[in-house]
Design a protein around this ligand. Sequence first.
Ligand code: 5GP
Length: 115
Amino acid sequence: MSETIFSKIIRKEIPADIVYETESVLAFRDINPQAPVHILVIPKLEIPMVSDIDGVEHASLLGKLFDAANLVAKNEGLAENGYRVVINCGKDGGQDVYHLHLHVLGGRKMNWPPG
Ligand code: 5GP
C-alpha cells in the first residue's frame, strides 16, 4: 500500500502540531478535532491498519504506542477524568488514513455506543 499524508508529517514535509516524538513514535494534534483534546499517535513504521499488525513482530512497537498515548493524555490533563483511545480499521471501521494511528480523545464525556 502506498504511503499516506502521515509519512509526510513524519518527514516534516508538511506541518503538524507535534506534541511528542521518539525514534519510533510520533504524536500530533488532529487537524479536525472531535473533542477538546484529539491527538493522533502513530508508529513511524508504515503499518497500514490493525489487520496488518503482527503481534509478535510489532509487540514492542505497540507497547510504545500505548505508552505514548498514555503520556500525551497525562500531559494534556486527561489522566484524572479519563479519555478514549480509538483505532479505526478499514472501510466499515471508519478508517480514512491507511497508516496505523491511535486517536486519543478527551476533555469531554464520550458517548457510547459510537456512531
Ligand atoms: P481515521 O478516520 O483514518 O481513523 O482518522 C484519520 C484522522 O486523521 C482524522 O481524524 C483526520 O482529521 C486526521 N487527519 C487527516 N489528515 C490530516 C493532516 O494532514 N494533519 C492532521 N494533523 N490530521 C489529519
